[in-house]
Write a protein that binds this ligand. Sequence first.
Ligand code: ZN
Length: 452
Amino acid sequence: MDIVLYNTKAKEKQVFLPIQRDHVRLYACGPTVYDRIHVGNARPLVVFDVLVRLLRAAFPKVTYVRNITDVDDKINSRAAERGISISELCEQTIFSFHKDCKALNVLPPDIEPRATEHITQMIAMITGLIEKGFAYEAEGHVLFSIEKMPDYGQLSGRSLDEMVAGARVEIAPYKAHPADFVLWKPSKAEIPGWDSPWGRGRPGWHIECSAMSAGYLGEEFDIHAGGLDLVFPHHENEIAQSRCAHGTAQMAAFWVHNGYVTVEGEKMSKSLGNFTTVEDAIQRHRGEVIRFSLLTAQYRAPFDFSDAALQQARTVLDKFYRAVSVADRADIITDLTLLDTEFITALADDMNTPLAISCLHRLAVEANKGQLASARQLLSCASVLGLLTDENWFAGEADNRKATFEIERAIEARNQARASRDFDEADRIRDQLAEQGIKLLDGPDGTRWERL
Ligand SMILES: [Zn+2]
């Protein structure tokens, strides 16, 4: 079975074969940890988690690296706004990020390097680029000179004029060409900085991924993944730095990009304010429901996020869970060649998850007619998508309802205690709920509660 992926670099679907026959090396750009992730940020996590699960089933070894960007101007300003230290903000955000990934059933990557732990490698790479004549120093900055690389712009297919006009490049007096980009920039005393041959400073964003991917996967590797908005300038610049530093013909053989999550047709983004954090979404819907709904669209197409889409996903998951209830988890098929042919053919064809999910519907119908083999296939196919893994899907729901009922009963008892001026008892109930992680909010319309 061939796995076919749309390669942004080639602008077509291509059969995927790793450079080293038995070892797939894959890098995905991870989060900049200044804030909670939203559903738009969750899409690449889920999509590339499915890709990694598929590759792991198809090849003997997969190394998946997804970085954490923990040095960035957004981090500096957010920490200042919140009045906490930069490291405190990063630690809190990374903790929440891992929690969100777990809720979405996104497996941890093999290696999760942090940018701040690889500054030495970045400085070495920048030094090499200066020595080879691809970069220059100006006013404490080091810049990559795009005119030194004749085929700069191949990934995005943009001309230099378009790049400059696209306004995504910062015009600055010290740049030889307006599209030259920063490898290193000076840091004032109050923000993070490291000693370097060009003075105390910090790396540009693009060099982080070039240094970390080379460190863990080599100078040329198989797949570089990320969201569509990273094609230019981030990935274009990663390619420029890596190829010029290493003298290679390519950085990655395949460049795979996921499409946007939209809300009523508009891209979900922090700047537009139309976002839902994963944390908020999983308060109302379970993580698996969000994961499943994200997979109902092909990964390169836009996915429109709505409550209706999530409710629909929930109904379908309930149906699938009922259909697999007769199958034994110990019997899950892991050999791709033994999986439902239509399902695996769809998934291997540039991760056509909508078609693959339509096969799950067929298997569920067959399973409901008493065909045990179909129930087993359904469970096995779903596991490649990281779905139907919750053994207590329905039990969890009953527990939730019971817990909600008990909280509401306790609030009622507290209200009665307050009405009869028994404030000790009222406080005791409030404290007891607090111990269970339930916070009460008294307002003019009564008492609301939330989980801490
Ligand atoms: Zn990156």
